[in-house]
Design a protein around this ligand. Sequence first.
Ligand code: IDP
Ligand code: MG
Length: 172
Amino acid sequence: MSVFIIFVAYMLQEQEVHAAEMERTFIAIKPDGVQRGLISEIISRFERKGFKLVAIKLVVPSKEFAQKHYDDLKERPFFNGLCEFLSSGPVLAMVWEGEGVIKYGRKLIGATDPQKSEPGTIRGDLAVVVGRNIIHGSDGPETAKHEINLWFKPQELVNYTSNAEKWVYGNN
Ligand code: IDP
Ligand code: MG
């Protein structure tokens, strides 16, 4: 009996350790991506890669909220138009989890300017101009933490073990 309890405690601890190690990033499909019917296409690219969806909601952000989200760009000439656009319609806000998801999420997304994004990336395959590049992704660990906290309440983040995890991760 006690061996069983120790085993269960060990398994739970292992799970927690694994979960705690897992990186999270904030990904958003902007109003152009939502309106163009690209939600499932974009989600499937993250899902098929092996990343895990831990939060998702469709929201129309206010302009003030968009300004907060893009605060680091407030000196840029396109800032006002960008914030107008982000708040012009539904945005699909998500948090994805996985090993290296911040950096690799950016790779899946492609370069900021779709004219320079490689084919095979989301922006390379699905967008044409920088003003309508359909998707946002956090650019580093600090930004990811900040953006997840900005867009989601802690209780909106779902902790669960994905069935596929033992097949996506492993060392030989
Ligand atoms: P990122 O989305 O690839 O991280 P950032 O430089 O953080 O790129 O810019 C945020 C967003 O601002 C871009 O995704 C794009 O929508 C918009 N943006 C960036 N540069 C320009 C520009 O030169 N003209 C118009 N919009 C721009
Ligand atoms: Mg950015």
